[in-house]
Design a protein around this ligand. Sequence first.
Ligand code: MN
Length: 377
Amino acid sequence: MEHVTDKKLWAHSGDSHILEPDDLWFQILPKDLAERMPRTELISENEERVTVDGKSFTRPLPRIFTKRGSNGLTIAEMSSRPPGARDVRARLHDLDEEGIWAEVVYASIGLWCSLIEDKALIRAAAHAENEWLASEIMGAAPDRLVPAALMPLLDVDDAVAEVAHAAGLGLKILSIPTGVAPGLKDWNHDYWEPLWAAAEEAGMVVGFHIGTDGPDQVVHGGPGGAVLNFLETSYGGQRAAAKLVAGGALDRHPDLKVLVSEGGATWVPFVGDRLNEAYRQHAAFVRPQLSALPKEILYRQVYASFQHDETAPAAMWAMGYRNVMWGSDYPHAEGTYGHTQKTLHELFDDLDADVRHRMMVGAFEELFPHVSRPPTS
Ligand code: MN
């Protein structure tokens, strides 16, 4: 086996974030709309207030932020570092240091846009934000930075229109929350069929970042709450992917690809087995019928990114799931900033070269063939 222990490794990342400028909405939207857009403020050492279109709620900060994180930074330091979290040129420097080449870039504050309830507001915001993402983020390094488009998802016609706009700007992936807005049909319903058709037609990946089910991120209290709530964020991505498989969307659109970011990868074989068992053993109740077993469709069209999970590589080499993708989650506390090389070596050094290459580079390039190659891979 090739000895890679001392070599600098390079990987693409299926999961990272930009911290938007504090005044972003005021830069890109008229003042009366900007004032209604999401903002967060720290109100104590343990809590932040999120305000969206006049409605506020507080949420406890994940515990890791109130202590020293694994990267040794305190909360004050975390908010100011790494500098590349806010500054795209500093970001490219950080990526070079860490050994990350291309990456999918999700929003931070923008993820709260799924709580907007006014169709006109989210339509205007998505239109403006996607132009900003294309020029300011993708524009800084079009062969490396792959920003995920903000989507208006209160109305399927608005969503379809924004797919065309975002694709026209050169964006390659749609940021779609794992949970639909209250009162709307869920992702497995035919209501969304025009959206999947538009995304397939435009060659846009459907990006589900975990933890976007809705405002209720705190499901568990009491002993173990912080750990249990973190676990809980994983399930939304699994449910969303399963809905697109079981509801038939991925079967009807075989060129449509889904990326579930930050949720690990070992769940895919497990969920595939469960879907197959239901499809086979409960065949009399199954609608719609699919042209292939659900696990086959899941394996074919759903990609999954993980950052530290020790068992994720085995989903590929032991369980035949080839769409395992590494992700840094830069610059978040769950991510690998500051120890990316150590993590990459621990995860991948002992694997066969083709398996390693697939998880670090190949699966990403399949979704985003326009990116350039890492310096060595
Ligand atoms: Mn992430």
